[in-house]
Design a protein around this ligand. Structure first.
Ligand SMILES: [Zn+2]
Length: 1020
């Protein structure tokens, strides 16, 4: 097949780029402009005929009054012309300045008047708290001035000679918070710098939601003149652009090229470096590392242990040694039976541990069946702690549940009604951010919302009024979506024309192609032509365009992940069906499931492979999971077939011949977008559940092991690459977090951890490996719990872990959602869902997490109450109500290395509890039986795998963050006693507040200011 050959050739090229450590470009598309990942960009205004934001954030500008004027320019084509009149300046949405790490502004200006006080831009709260650039200076001071003012005592100016007039100049102004510097550039070259600028951007722009104004072409001070001149390509970045990046932007726009390799590559190499020859941390005491023997089956790469026994000098007892093994991109080493040796390395040492791999002739390995089940949300309730204080879990739950209760469902239905051309109820207002009218992802928040209100409904049995509120919301949402879906593909009036067949959807009326135009003038509303069953917050075009090869981007011929959005909607509908039995919810989901099957079953496999590997455009969330769930509910074979059509063949199986891939333990996800792919793996588990095809299990299990061992930050997040230059991506090579991770734009996209936890608990239901729930605990306490603002349900996108970083929280009122704002309303409405599991035969209970809670094990007529102050105490009590013989499996965490004591009804039990295992307690339980568990916490370090001196400090399961007084560039240095790191630490375990060298350390989940989660540790 010629066509196929061409496609696979393309894929091979793409894979090569993805896997090559030097390439900054992981996948094609607009997401990497001038070598800078799109997550670093807030907005871009090209000004070639409109004032629209070219980025995905839809932060469109507008003229203060009247219509903008564009003129033809020799150099840049159509450009914006500001005439210098009173109202000739632009306003940008105030939301543009949220979630800032630092701030950089770039743009082209051609000044047409030799007059001072012409402002390129002025952003701030007032004329005394603002950030501006005046290219010709002000009345009081000449020159090209860039000024940041937080208050009277903190005014920092970078001043350079004034720019030339009547010619295009490229201006860049950078506020680099960690470096405490303000830099200005002209035509890609630095011209001035202000140093020692000690400030926070929140001091200048206010907290999220504060009153702030963003002007282009005018000062915030009333009565000042406006700018007279031409403008082109104005950009706002949330990161401090580097010299090289700024030069790249400048040269590329002259060449009219999006990418120029001469100015690309690793653009963010500003992390402190350490000599690679120096053994760090425990490795400095290391004498030897044992070799290991591993077995595998023909075709499957072995799972090599990440941690291996080592021996240390001077009788020191050190931890197991992190070994970095090679990670092949295919399975050539294991294609026949036999024995071979893999040589690993230990960073900073010459030690070369060996793994002797025996390849067995059999090509089959067994996969487990599901022995456990989770409890329904309404069977587990969160309790307060032993001092009757709300736990962090209750606090976060209440922030979300109470705010959700106040939301107006009509906001979440707005764009659905808009797509179907239906009137809006009085007072209905649309959501913003990624659900605003022009945004091609609109409707995604609605899907998350459906899931959140379903979970909130199931979880609020403790408050019947709240529960009724959510019941009402579910009913209203489903009724409206049902009515809209019933319109699709049916005549508008009896006897009218309609297109019922999803594969026969014509172009929009008067159009000559499918397009993703959602503007008031451009959107199509001919729902009768959309095929029966269709539901979305936009017309069907994006789905069809994706089949035809459309890429991700903001143009009319581009799309933004239609199946991602659809997954959220289907998942939400199924969740509502499952908690409330609402049949209409199921009908809407199956109707759209039929629509998807009708279309995708006609798409050739090679085209599907191409679609699902298109960056972001082909991101489909967990469509495979939702379709598999629909199959499990209805037993309708077509849904299973549809789910299979979402197999990411390249990642799961390497290629169309299923040569290798994750199913054979080959790491095929390096350098890829993390949250595009993790939900596909969650879906793979659901496929295993409904199909019993062992490959699906292996895909998920192999992925999990690699993600957690080779890509994980200490909080449990797995995304955040600076190579490729995209904070949302996995690093370009496994186990190189320091070399290729710690992106300046942030790390640890929160939605990715939401999905990792979902995957983890699903895997545990099949395989009760303790490391799974150890990871769950880590991610739950140190990322999910840590991702919520102090006094509102505002939450994080990235959680940055560079020195002195700070969390940024968004969406306090649930009015504008990113992906992570979407998963946040899901996470915090189901915080109790993994505390307990049970065996399917109801003969065993698993206690996974130590959180005050009550379990209603209705199937056995037993309830279990867990009372504890954990993690402010290292013990917990389980009180059993009811009688019966069953096994209680309690988790002995891997961090519980100082012992694990079990007492039953006051009697100490002789148990052999091994850290990192589950301990089985079998007994005929009687009403009132009490199990006490004690697991002393200790301080321990979690080093970065390829730079072990950079490590996080944990106390038991709790990550401790240094509370930083201000931003910083270098890692905080700490020295510990090699034999006992706790020696240098003072503090109160009951408050989880400690100090080292007079610096306060608190749980990361209780940290809201600047923090250092990673330290530069020396052992003595
Ligand atoms: Zn996200």
């Amino acid at each position: 097949m010629k066509g196929f050959k061409e496609i696979s050739c393309f894929l091979v090229t793409a894979a090569f780029l993805t896997c090559s450590a030097g390439a900054a470009r992981a996948q094609g598309g607009d997401q990497i402009l001038d070598g800078i990942g799109e997550t670093g960009m807030i907005a871009r205004y090209v000004f070639d005929g409109d004032l629209k934001d070219w980025s995905r954030n839809s932060l469109h500008g507008k003229l203060a009054a009247g219509q903008p004027s564009f003129v033809q320019d020799e150099q840049f084509g159509k450009v914006l012309s500001l005439a210098g009149g009173q109202t000739d300046y632009l306003l940008l949405p105030p939301e543009a300045l949220v979630d800032l790490e630092s701030l950089s502004i770039t743009g082209w200006v051609n000044l047409r008047a030799d007059k001072k006080d012409q402002y390129f831009f002025d952003f701030g709260q007032s004329a005394s708290k603002h950030f501006f650039a005046a290219p010709l200076g002000s009345a009081s001071q000449a020159g090209y001035r860039a000024v940041v003012a937080a208050d009277q005592n903190r005014i920092y100016s970078a001043v350079a000679p004034a720019v030339s007039i009547n010619k295009w100049v490229h201006l860049t102004i950078v506020i680099d918070i960690p470096s405490k510097a303000i830099q200005t550039y002209i035509d890609g070259k630095q011209v001035a710098e202000a140093k020692n600028a000690s400030l926070e951007l929140a001091d200048v722009f206010g907290q999220s939601g504060a009153k702030r104004q963003l002007f282009i072409g005018k000062s915030l001070t009333a009565g000042m003149p406006t700018l007279k001149g031409l403008l082109h390509d104005f950009r706002i970045y949330r990161v401090p652009l580097t010299r090289k990046q700024i030069a790249g932007i400048y040269y590329n726009s002259l060449k009219d090229l999006h990418e120029d390799t001469a100015h690309m590559g690793k653009t963010e190499d500003d992390l402190p470096t350490f000599p690679m020859t120096k053994a760090q941390l425990y490795n400095a005491y290391l004498q030897e590392v044992a070799d290991v023997s591993v077995e595998t089956n023909v075709g499957e790469l072995p799972r090599l242990p990440s941690y291996v026994q080592g021996s240390y000098r001077d009788g020191m007892v050190g931890p197991k040694v992190r070994v970095i093994w090679p990670s092949p991109t295919d399975n050539n080493e294991v294609l026949s039976a036999g024995r071979y040796t893999v040589v690993g390395r230990v960073p900073g040492t010459d030690l070369k541990p060996k793994a002797i791999v025996t390849v067995r002739g059999s090509s089959k390995s067994a996969t487990p069946i599901s022995k456990l089940a989770s409890f329904q949300l309404d069977q587990v309730s969160l309790d307060s702690d032993m001092h009757d204080h709300d736990t962090k879990f209750i606090e976060n739950r209440d922030k979300f549940v109470l705010t959700l209760a106040k939301t107006d469902p009509n906001s979440f239905l707005y764009m659905f009604r808009h797509a179907f051309g239906q009137p809006q109820p009085q007072g209905a207002s649309p959501l913003g951010v990624w659900d605003s009218q022009d945004t091609k992802l609109r409707g995604h928040a609605t899907g998350h919302y459906l899931t959140a209100i379903a979970q909130a409904y199931a979880s609020t049995g403790y408050d019947k009024t709240l529960q009724a509120n959510f019941a009402q919301k579910m009913e209203y949402m489903v009724n409206t979506l049902f009515e809209l879906s019933q319109l699709a593909g049916k005549p508008q009036q009896a006897g009218g024309a309609a297109v019922a067949d999803p594969t026969a959807v014509p172009f929009g009326p008067g159009k000559t192609a499918y397009d993703s135009d959602l503007s008031q003038e451009g959107i199509r509303n001919d729902y009768w032509n959309w095929g029966e069953g269709f539901i979305s917050a936009y017309p069907p075009d994006q789905f069809i365009m994706l089949e035809q090869g459309a890429k991700y981007g903001g143009q009319k011929n581009q799309v933004w992940a239609p199946y991602y959005t659809l997954h959220k909607i289907l998942a939400g509908l199924i969740d509502i069906y499952e908690v409330s039995g609402n049949k209409k919810a199921l009908d809407v989901a199956t109707g759209m499931g039929d629509w998807v099957y009708a279309r995708l079953s006609k798409v050739p496999t090679e085209n599907l492979i191409k679609m699902w590997n298109t960056y972001i455009a082909g991101e489909f969330g967990g469509m495979n999971e939702s379709m598999a769930r629909l199959y499990a509910i209805t037993k309708e074979e077509n849904y299973l077939k549809t789910a299979q059509l979402f197999d990411n063949i390249k990642m799961f199986y390497g290629d169309a011949d299923h040569s290798h891939g994750l199913a054979k333990n080959v790491d095929t996800f390096r350098g890829l977008h993390a949250n595009q792919h993790i939900p596909q793996i969650v879906g793979s588990m659901e496929m295993y559940r409904v199909s019993n095809n062992p490959d699906y299990y292996k895909v998920a299990d192999n992925f999990w092991y690699k993600a957690v061992n080779d890509y994980m930050y200490s909080i449990g997040g797995v995304a955040g690459a600076r190579n490729p230059a995209n904070a949302e991506c996995f690093i370009s090579q496994p186990a190189t977090l320091y070399e290729n991770g710690f992106s300046a734009g942030g790390q640890n996209e929160t939605c990715a951890t939401y999905n990792m936890l979902k995957l983890t608990s699903n895997l545990f239901l099949f395989d009760q490996r303790t490391e799974l729930m150890d990871y769950y605990e880590r991610g739950l306490y140190n990322h999910i719990l840590a991702s919520v603002a102090k006094d509102s349900p505002a939450n994080t996108y990235h959680v940055p872990l560079r020195p002195g970083a700070i969390k940024q929280f968004g969406n306090p009122h649930m009015t504008g959602f990113t992906c992570c704002n979407g998963t946040a309303i899901e996470s915090s409405t189901k915080l109790q869902n993994a505390i307990y599991f049970k065996s399917r035969d109801n003969k065993a209970l698993y206690v996974n997490l130590y959180i005050p809670s009550t379990l209603d094990w209705a199937e056995r007529g037993v309830s279990v109450k867990q009372t504890t102050d954990f993690p402010k105490a290292d013990e917990t009590r389980l009180t059993i109500k009811g009688n019966g013989k069953f096994d209680v499996h309690v988790r002995v965490p891997a961090w519980a290395t100082k012992g694990f004591a079990v007492t039953i009804n006051g009697k100490v039990q002789q148990v052999a509890a091994v850290p990192g295992s589950y301990l089985k307690i079998s007994r005929k339980w009687k009403d009132g039986d009490v199990i006490d568990l004690k697991m002393p916490f200790q301080f321990h370090l979690d080093p970065v795998m390829d730079q072990p001196n950079i490590a996080s400090l944990f106390y038991g399961p709790i990550l401790l963050a240094a509370q930083e007084p201000e931003a910083r560039k270098d890692w905080r240095k700490v020295t510990f006693d090699a034999q006992d790191i706790g020696k240098a630490i003072q503090g109160d375990p009951a408050k989880l507040e400690f100090s080292i060298d007079n610096v306060v350390f608190k749980p990361f989940y209780d940290t809201y200011g600047r923090h250092s989660v990673y330290l530069d540790v020396t052992l003595k």
